[in-house]
Design a binder for this molecule. Structure first.
Ligand code: BGC
Length: 720
């Protein structure tokens, strides 16, 4: 029996995992303990493997010590599916944020978790909860939106689902909301903005029991996140009580080996890089202690022990890309489509359209598998369905034009009952970005690999199960240097020209926008009667969208961010900044404070039916505020509305907050009661002097409505 098996048996018999873990660590040699503090693969051979397309072929292994039977961790990424094997590609997180439905997100988590396990992973970086501070952020699609409460609830739901099958890792702590500058920018943020705006969603996921945290690349208040003691120890462990382990972001995630260990970072991912070169000497010089080493290793072992039941459960056959998961991806695709505009033409709204209509679908994206970012979240799904595929399988009379000639596309649209124009972005316009590597960063890498480590790595690679690279990726340039932060929030000139030409040719024109966050549509939107935000909708993007266009699914998604009338209404964004200040004002708060009316407010979305919100009652109890009311469906179709609870704090200078929401399904011409319990700690404010939370006190104005700034919201002032 190995030391690790013995520890497992002890934990089963009731020993605390932390205690059992210490026994395992005590059995390890000093070299084995150091081995646990970074990835197991060699740097250069590992990079060559990734450069050759290895990202989706194998998990990243760290901390495995065979002699004591410790399996370590096997990491694969997310969040739009398992980034390993030929998995199911779900709609991106931002699309899932638009569902405002934590229960649905939990089901997505379960499905992704099952696929990860089946493909050999034991931990995933699928839980990305960085706040969308500005819609130009290149990785906007990987998070859920601009609001801390909403992002936290969705991230916690994903974590719950995933952790039935694997360990989850929440990322990137903290303030990682710019892409091009991620290796160089320092974010200056005061204690109030940090704790009230940029951290609550991380805390929410920690409270949900997430196994691991990934530190961000950027620095916060003058220290790189991978070696930032304030974040990794003072806040994460001492204040929040986190008892899992911390991993660095990949390559250049830390720069100073002893400082990172002292700060509380447990594993440098994904290779033998900075620590493998410098930690031993730093220990000899006394810059870091063996207690620090043992503490980090013990945290990893204890967490794996805590998840032993989950990780040793048998894996069912056929999980990867299963029919059940594909059906769920289709359900989520439909549920994520936000109906932004649906004006009448000749007396009737354009949507939903009739199945018997002659439909023209035009645009370069109409028949493109457009899954989003081409970096670490790319899923190698082999069975993806475009908008054209979706229409062809549901509607008898479909004509298609790729719009390589706009006049021709307009002529095709002119002959149809309804014209659908598919426009937006791809992985070329937004996504993960590396760019040219600064020489000071390259200097962090070791001069060469250790031969025996390379040998073991290569033998292991040779033993991996086969994975097929999707043919659509064949001509794609390699690497992560595409995408990055968006250079414009508008559609391209050719997309706008296409919309105008089609709208002039066919009065029943529907624009479907594929993008990871807000698109400013001011210059063209009045020229078309209908617009939907359709995101990067995953493997069933087409069928999901078509369900909405046909009214099989009544749209119930709501924007998880604000769409401004003009870019200048947003706070500043500088994708090349080396220093930047984050405050409490972005998104809907920023617009409200500067008196700007958004084009589409946070929380907004239309339906094919209409709703009423009545009999709202708000009452304060000792530890919670209770919100009750009735949602009425005043139209002819079953539908779902999202009730949103906002609070204005007694401090007139504080931004208001979303403190609760509920998606309520209501049959046509019916009413359904809702009840929300809002814990009072959601109203608490940060006291920077005491580095602690102040209990709320005084008058709080509660608005219960259907989007941020809803003029019809029901308002009650309560005393806390
Ligand atoms: C990304 C992380 C990701 C990691 C591993 C990095 O480039 O920033 O979000 O988890 O790669 O895939």
């Amino acid at each position: 029996m190995t030391a690790f098996d013995e520890a497992r048996a002890r934990v089963t018999a009731g020993t605390a995992p932390t205690l059992a873990a210490r026994m395992v660590v005590a059995e390890m040699t000093p070299e084995e303990r150091l081995w646990c503090l970074d990835g197991d693969a060699p740097t250069w051979a590992g990079l060559a493997f990734l450069g050759g397309g290895g990202y989706n072929l194998a998990p990243f292994v760290a901390a495995a010590v065979e002699r004591v039977g410790f399996p370590g961790i096997r990491f694969s990424d997310g969040p739009r599916g398992a980034v390993i094997g030929n998995a199911t590609c779900f709609p991106v997180s931002m699309a899932r944020g638009a569902t405002w439905d934590p229960e649905l997100e939990e089901r997505v988590g379960e499905a992704i978790g099952r696929e990860l396990r089946a493909a050999g992973a034991t931990i995933t970086g699928a839980v990305c909860v960085n706040l969308l501070r500005h819609p130009a952020w290149g990785r906007a699609q990987e998070t859920y939106g601009e609001d801390p409460h909403h992002v936290g609830e969705l991230g916690a739901a994903l974590t719950r689902g995933l952790q039935r099958h694997v360990m989850a890792c929440v990322k990137h702590l903290a303030c990682n909301s710019m892409e091009n500058a991620r290796f160089s920018v320092d974010i200056e943020v005061d204690e109030i903005a940090l704790h009230e705006v940029y951290l609550p969603h991380f805390r929410r996921v920690i409270d949900e029991g997430v196994a691991s945290v990934m530190s961000a690349y950027n620095s916060v208040n003058g220290e790189w996140c991978g070696q930032n003691r304030d974040l990794l120890t003072d806040v994460l462990r001492d204040e929040w009580g986190f008892d899992g382990f911390v991993i660095s972001d990949w390559i250049f995630g830390l720069r100073d080996a002893p400082a990172s260990l002292r700060a509380g970072l447990d594993i440098e991912m994904p290779y033998r890089m900075v620590r493998a070169q410098h930690l031993r000497d730093a220990l000899d010089r006394g810059e870091v202690s063996w207690e620090d080493v043992d503490r980090a290793v013990a945290r990893v072992v204890a967490t794996v022990l805590r998840f032993d039941d989950v990780l040793s459960a048998p894996v069912a056959e056929g999980e990867l890309g299963s029919d059940v998961h594909r059906a769920l991806a289709g359900e989520v695709a439909g549920r994520s489509v936000v109906l932004l505009r649906n004006e009448p033409v000749e007396g009737a709204p354009v949507l939903p359209m009739s199945r018997g209509a002659r439909v023209a679908v035009v645009g370069r994206l109409a028949d493109t598998v457009n899954l989003g970012d081409g970096g670490s979240s790319d899923v190698w799904d082999l069975d993806c369905h475009t908008v054209l595929d979706g229409l062809r399988s549901a509607v008898a009379d479909v004509v298609h034009d790729d719009a390589s000639d706009i006049a021709r596309a307009a002529a095709v649209a002119a002959g149809a009952d309804v014209a659908i124009v598919v426009v937006g972005s791809t992985y070329v316009d937004e996504g993960e970005y590396i760019g040219t590597t600064d020489a000071s960063l390259t200097a962090l890498l070791p001069p060469g690999d250790e031969p025996e480590v390379v040998e073991r790595f290569e033998a292991w690679l040779a033993s991996l199960p086969p994975t097929t690279k999707p043919p659509r990726l064949a001509d794609r340039p390699k690497g992560f240097s595409l995408g990055g932060d968006r250079s414009s929030l508008r559609l391209s000139a050719s997309d706008v020209e296409l919309i105008r030409a089609v709208a002039a040719a066919n009065p029943r024109t529907v624009v479907a926008i594929q993008a990871g966050s807000a698109v400013v549509a001011t210059e063209w939107i009045d020229e078309v009667p209908a617009v939907v935000q359709a995101w990067y909708g995953g493997c069933q993007a087409g069928p999901g969208l078509v369900d909405v266009l046909l009214g099989e699914v009544n749209p119930s998604a709501r924007l998880p961010f604000t769409v401004p009338v003009d870019e200048s209404h947003l706070p500043a964004f500088d994708r090349d900044a080396t220093a930047f200040r984050y405050d409490r004002w972005h998104g809907w708060w920023h617009l409200a404070r500067s008196g700007r009316t958004p084009a589409f407010p946070f929380g907004f979305g239309l339906s094919y039916t209409t709703f009423s919100l009545t009999d709202v009652a708000v009452s304060a109890a000792e530890e919670a505020v209770l919100v009750r009311g009735l949602v009425g469906n005043t139209g002819d179709r079953d539908g779902a509305d999202v009730v949103q609870v906002y609070v204005e704090l007694p401090d007139p200078d504080a931004p208001p907050r979303l403190v609760g929401f509920a998606r309520v399904e209501v049959p046509a011409h019916d009413e359904v009661a809702f009840e929300l319990t809002v814990p009072v700690d959601r109203f608490a404010t940060r006291d920077p002097d005491r580095h602690a939370w102040r209990r709320p006190a005084g008058p709080h104005r509660i608005a219960v409505g259907r989007f941020a700034g809803d003029p019809d919201a029901s308002v009650t002032t309560i005393e806390l």
